[in-house]
Write a protein that binds this ligand. Structure first.
Ligand code: TIU
Length: 231
């Protein structure tokens, strides 16, 4: 049962209405492997400047969501050390691109659970009690307990940020949409290595009357919950 006030965010393609108790902030794969030098993202040949650049604003949103008592979910893409949960297709294509999953890198074995590079960046470190979903795929629902966790907490709405917008973030939003969740992408708390991929993803989500959901700058979330000094 909803007992908190309904809040309204200005968003595309139209207003997004949510309640703090039934909304989760979901931060996708803010791991060193994607946001720090020497990780998977950089080894795939990408520039990590943009994925790194969203950390301060994402930290503000994370603090605001915590202060509002909202559910916070963190995800990490990665595999068990023997790589038995990594499909051969993913292993083979990574190697062809110069970033073998499980290979040694400057931050430990690439995309392997328990390694330094696999963990979330210090600025966004999960607090005790916050859910961390370890996912073997791009989408956060595939082969994970995420749907059960959200249902058990009574979550119907997701505010989504993280990296990369066109890969794990968008895949997760599509998966969530098919499962009946109302999703909003926080535009400036997500990033792709190439800004065009980011912009295209934003449009793909809110086009056709919100085919996958809504998008908005994070200042609109801060305004809605009363924590923002924004216009
Ligand atoms: N390569 C790329 O853009 N992203 C990923 O491999 N994983 C995530 O998006 N987390």
């Amino acid at each position: 049962m909803n007992t908190t006030t309904e809040m309204i965010m200005q968003a595309k393609p139209y207003e997004f209405t949510f309640r703090s108790e039934s909304t989760a902030l979901v931060l996708i794969d803010m791991q060193r492997d994607f946001c720090a030098p020497g990780g998977f993202g950089e080894k795939l040949g990408n520039d990590i400047t943009l994925t790194q650049s969203i950390i301060p604003q994402t930290q503000r949103i994370l603090e605001a969501a915590r202060a509002a008592g909202m559910t916070v979910i963190h995800t990490r893409e990665g595999h068990v050390p023997d790589l038995s949960d990594c499909p051969p297709s993913k292993l083979n294509r990574g190697k062809k691109q110069g970033a073998g999953i499980g290979d040694e890198g400057p931050m430990g074995r690439i995309l392997v659970r328990g390694e330094y590079g696999h963990d979330i960046v210090d600025e966004l470190k999960p607090l005790d009690g916050e859910t961390i979903i370890d996912k073997p795929g791009k989408g956060a629902f595939y082969n994970t307990e995420l749907d059960d966790v959200l249902k058990q907490k009574g979550i119907t709405h997701l505010l989504v940020g993280g990296v990369t917008t066109h890969v794990c973030v968008q895949t997760t939003i599509r998966e969530a949409n098919d499962r009946g969740y109302e999703c909003l992408l926080l535009e400036d708390c997500s990033a792709a290595f190439d800004p065009k991929d980011h912009e295209d993803s934003i449009r793909m989500i809110h086009q056709q009357g919100g085919i996958f959901g809504w998008t908005a700058p994070s200042s609109e979330f801060l305004n809605a919950i009363g924590g923002g000094d924004h216009e």
